[in-house]
Each structure stands twice: as structure tokens, then as C-alpha cells.
Design a protein around this ligand. Structure first.
Ligand code: HEM
Ligand code: SF4
Ligand code: SF4
Length: 306
């Protein structure tokens, strides 16, 4: 077991069992580096990181690992503290999680780029990362624990399948409908391409709202009659399908927040299992330090650690 002083996670020791045959990879430790929320970088930062890894490691990186971390693949034991020193002192950068601790929280880019985002995903990801530094660096849990955050149910970081606790943006009120824009889609107006123009290079035939939207709604809660689209919002599961197909006509509601799901895992024998809905709606409030969210997290941890 190898690591850096004061931390129990962030470094994964790897050794070759044929060091005589492969002396260059006798030690080949992996370091996990906490990626910035939304994975935004400056060129200057990336250059400093790759220069550091060329100098003190193999130069091979994995941008990004499945968890989202920047993964630095392959260095020797004496280099670990040196890399850690430069990251923390010169680059304002921390290691990520590994082992039985909180793994590096990962998020989609949320409201920084995406109109579907129901909360400021990067702000919450950044807050949780700072708030739970001890849990991230000092393994004290019975097993690993992952948070992932998605701004809406499109779930671009697949938080529903890949985290013990996922935070998925949602809304309480009604989907906003612009009936004129719905009819532009129905009339096949070229300025209103279905699916926001994705895959439009292929001829899919003309757009059919019944076939492509109404009949694909998983709960059958939509109707399009007399040029008017109606949604029975009480039965809408916020699956995003209709909004993804007609983004200029349909918008998420205005009373936004998030749902908390727990328990997704991927056991080798049973296969992937989705998280279960624990809290249907929580307001996302930075002003009270996300109290409603941290309360759920800490109660779950208390129960789990007993
Ligand atoms: C029972 C043993 C293990 C299980 C069930 C397991 C499972 C997983 C899963 C499900 C992921 C993907 C997580 C995600 O999508 O967020 C993952 C990531 C990873 N695992 Fe493991 N793992 C195990 C042991 C190990 C060991 C022993 C190593 C290395 C020596 C390792 C190295 C990694 C790495 C490098 C990643 C990517 C991390 C990242 O993206 O930040 N795992 N593991
Ligand atoms: S999960 Fe939703 S909010 Fe986040 S990037 Fe994907 S579509 Fe946008
Ligand atoms: S979001 Fe999904 S469930 Fe809700 S109306 Fe649209 S297609 Fe139906």
C-alpha cells in the first residue's frame, strides 16, 4: 500500500510481478486527481499537469476515468510526494478519492452550458467536494461511496446507474409549452428540426408528432389534437423525451430542484442496478449551505456506518 502523507486515498499502488523482465514498470502507481466541476480547464493548467506528469511519471493519462477523475497512470513510490507537493502548492489542485472513502464527486456541466439544467450543478458539486474533504481523503467507510450529479433526467453522467447517491435535477410544476413552436415542428419548418437537428444528415422522412412524441411518452400523458398539445403533468415522469425532441417548443418547468436516488451498483454477478428514488424533490439552496441535501447525506452515512 502506498500513498501520500495524511491521505488514505488518491493513490492506487501497482507493481509488476515480473520486474526483471519489465524494469521500466516495476512500480506503476496510479494517482487520481480531483477534476474540476464540469471539467473546465485552462490550457495553462493542462500544460502544467502534463509537464508535471512527463517529468515525474509515465506521461500517460486517462482524461477522464470512469469516475471522472483525471487519472495519472504510472509512477514510482519516491515520486508520489513530489507530485502531491506540486499539485497542492503550485497548482491549487487536490487528489481525488480511492478505496473505502467518498470518491471524487462527478457532475455534468449543468447550467454553465445547458438550458435543461434544473440547478447549478457545478456549484453543488464544488460545495460537496469541499464540505466532505475528510470523507474524501481518509477512508473510514465500510466500502467506497460515490456521489454523481446530473442537472436533469437526461442524466449525462449516468448518475442513476453509477453512484451510491445521485442528485438528478427535476421540476415540480408544468412543462412549459409554446403551441406556435409545436406547430412549426408539425409543419416540418426547417428552422425547427426534430431532436434539435441531431442526426439530420440522414433522411428520416417528415416529422410525425404522434409517432415520435405522443406515442413514445412512457406514461401516455400527452395529447395532440386540433393543433394543440396538452400534457397531464401529474402523470409526467419527467423523462425528458418530448423536450429533447422539440426543444424549441417545450421547456422544463420553473419550480426546479433535484431528486435524490440511492443504491445504484454494478455487482459483477448480478449486473448493473439503477438507484431507487429516496427523496422526490429537494430545493437546491446555496444560501443555507444546501442544508436539505447534507441532512439526507449525513443520515444515510450514519445509518450505513453502524
Ligand atoms: C471489488 C473490487 C472492485 C470493484 C467492484 C470495482 C468497481 C469499479 C467501478 C464500478 C468503477 C466505475 C466507477 C464509476 O463509473 O464511477 C471503477 C472504477 C475504477 N476502478 Fe475499480 N473496482 C474494484 C477494484 C479496483 C482495483 C483493485 C483497482 C486498481 C488496482 C481499481 C481501479 C479502478 C480505476 C482506475 C477506476 C477508474 C476510476 C476513475 O474513473 O476515477 N478498481 N471500479
Ligand atoms: S444531464 Fe441534463 S442538464 Fe446536465 S448536461 Fe445533460 S442534458 Fe444538460
Ligand atoms: S417528459 Fe416524458 S413523461 Fe413527461 S410528458 Fe414528456 S415524454 Fe411524457
Amino acid at each position: 500500500i502506498v500513498g501520500v502523507f495524511g491521505y488514505g486515498g488518491g493513490v492506487i499502488g501497482r507493481y509488476c510481478d515480473q520486474p526483471k523482465l519489465f524494469p521500466g514498470v516495476e512500480h506503476f502507481h496510479t494517482m487520481r486527481v480531483n477534476q474540476p466541476a464540469g471539467k473546465y480547464y485552462t490550457t495553462e493548467y493542462l500544460k502544467a499537469l502534463t509537464d508535471l506528469w512527463d517529468f515525474r511519471g509515465s506521461g500517460v493519462t486517462n482524461m477522464h476515468g470512469a469516475t471522472g477523475d483525471i487519472i495519472l497512470l504510472g509512477t514510482t513510490t519516491p515520486q508520489l510526494e513530489e507530485v502531491f507537493w506540486t499539485l497542492t502548492h503550485d497548482m491549487n489542485q487536490d487528489l481525488g478519492g480511492s478505496g473505502s472513502n467518498l470518491r471524487t464527486p462527478a457532475d455534468c456541466l449543468g447550467s454553465s452550458r445547458c438550458e435543461y439544467s434544473c440547478y447549478d450543478v457545478s456549484a453543488l458539486c464544488h460545495f460537496l467536494t469541499n464540505e466532505y474533504q475528510d470523507e474524501l481523503h481518509r477512508p473510514a467507510f465500510p466500502y467506497k461511496f460515490k456521489f454523481k450529479l446530473d442537472g436533469c433526467p437526461n442524466c449525462c453522467v449516468a448518475s442513476i446507474a453509477r453512484s451510491d447517491m445521485s442528485f438528478i435535477g427535476t421540476w415540480k410544476d408544468d412543462i412549459r409549452i409554446d403551441q406556435d413552436a409545436v406547430n412549426k415542428y408539425v409543419e416540418n419548418d426547417p428552422a425547427y428540426p426534430a431532436n434539435a437537428g441531431a442526426h439530420k444528415g440522414k433522411d428520416w422522412g417528415s416529422f410525425n408528432i404522434q409517432k415520435e412524441v405522443v406515442r413514445l411518452c412512457p406514461t401516455g400523458c400527452m395529447k395532440f389534437e386540433n393543433k394543440t398539445l396538452t400534457i397531464d403533468n401529474a402523470n409526467c415522469t419527467r423523462c425528458m423525451h418530448c423536450i429533447n425532441v422539440m426543444p424549441r417548443a417545450l421547456k422544463i418547468g420553473k419550480e426546479t430542484g433535484l431528486s435524490i436516488l440511492v443504491g445504484a451498483k454494478a455487482p459483477i454477478l448480478d449486473g448493473a442496478q439503477m438507484g431507487s428514488l429516496l427523496v422526490p424533490f429537494v430545493e437546491v439552496n446555496a444560501d443555507n449551505d444546501y442544508e436539505e441535501i447534507t441532512e439526507v447525506i449525513e443520515n444515510v452515512w450514519d445509518w450505513w456506518m453502524e
